[in-house]
Ligand binder design. Structure first.
Ligand SMILES: Cc1cc2nc3c(=O)[nH]c(=O)nc-3n(C[C@H](O)[C@H](O)[C@H](O)COP(=O)(O)O)c2cc1C
Length: 212
């Protein structure tokens, strides 16, 4: 099948792209409003985009039920110019899912999910104590879209629980972290436990020699 996305609706693009750009990392973002009220919500329109400087990008759409109103996470980031990306692993996936519920602004999804917080090293917004790794970000740039915003954040500090760090790199022991990936918008996820394969890259000369 061929889909002409210049003619199709955004809903069609959403269904196709979330099924094909997968598995996607999930940023469970903690953010604060101007009064210091804390918010947590997952975003899988997310990736790192640059390492020098360290930039991550997040696509945050408007609230589905309120036309033209950005989701709380987006409003908070615009207000405080900072946020924290908590890495979603298997053990906190169910809690993450509770945070995706459209809670009213004054109700805490963190409490509902049973998350607690820990102070961040650089930004005021705390990280989630139950998350094994977190990226502290300052707002770098906002790209306005008709019904959403693309937020670029500069990562100013990275927290990783000691047991998941190989200090030689420093590398993340990703095969032990058990991060989850989102596979579509239908509630399907990929586990990375027992799914690890190593595919080493090789130099052109080695590839050529292998074919001789
Ligand atoms: C795994 C997962 C990934 C999600 N990714 C996004 C996303 O990339 N962009 C978005 O706007 N909403 C995304 N959502 C929906 C938001 O998490 C949901 O609308 C949430 O209630 C927003 O909360 P907030 O208004 O407190 O920011 C995702 C939901 C789930 C479960």
């Amino acid at each position: 099948m061929l889909f002409d996305l210049e003619k199709a609706s955004g809903a069609v693009a959403y269904k196709l792209l979330t099924g094909l750009v997968a598995p996607r990392p999930i940023a469970l973002i903690t953010s604060m409003d101007a009064e210091g009220r804390l918010n947590a919500a997952p975003f899988s329109a997310f990736n790192y985009l640059c390492t020098d400087p360290a930039i991550v990008g997040v696509g945050i759409s408007n609230r589905p039920e309120a036309a033209g109103v950005l989701k709380d996470t987006g409003l908070n980031i615009l207000a405080t110019r900072e946020f924290v990306v908590n890495v979603v692993t298997e053990d906190i996936a169910d809690k993450m899912n509770i945070c995706a519920t459209e809670f009213p602004h004054e109700e805490s999804e963190l409490e509902a999910a049973g998350f607690t917080t820990a102070a961040s090293a650089v930004v005021k917004t705390p990280r989630l104590a139950e998350a094994h790794a977190a990226l502290e970000c300052r707002l770098y740039q906002v790209i306005d879209m008709p019904r959403s915003k693309i937020v670029l954040g500069q990562v100013v500090s990275v927290y990783v629980e000691d047991r998941f760090v190989d200090p030689k790199g420093p590398y993340v022991k990703a095969e032990e972290l058990h991060a989850m990936g989102r596979m579509n918008g239908l509630g399907n996820y990929a586990r990375t436990r027992d799914a690890y394969v190593t595919i080493n890259r090789f130099k052109y000369e080695d590839w050529k020699r292998g074919r001789e």
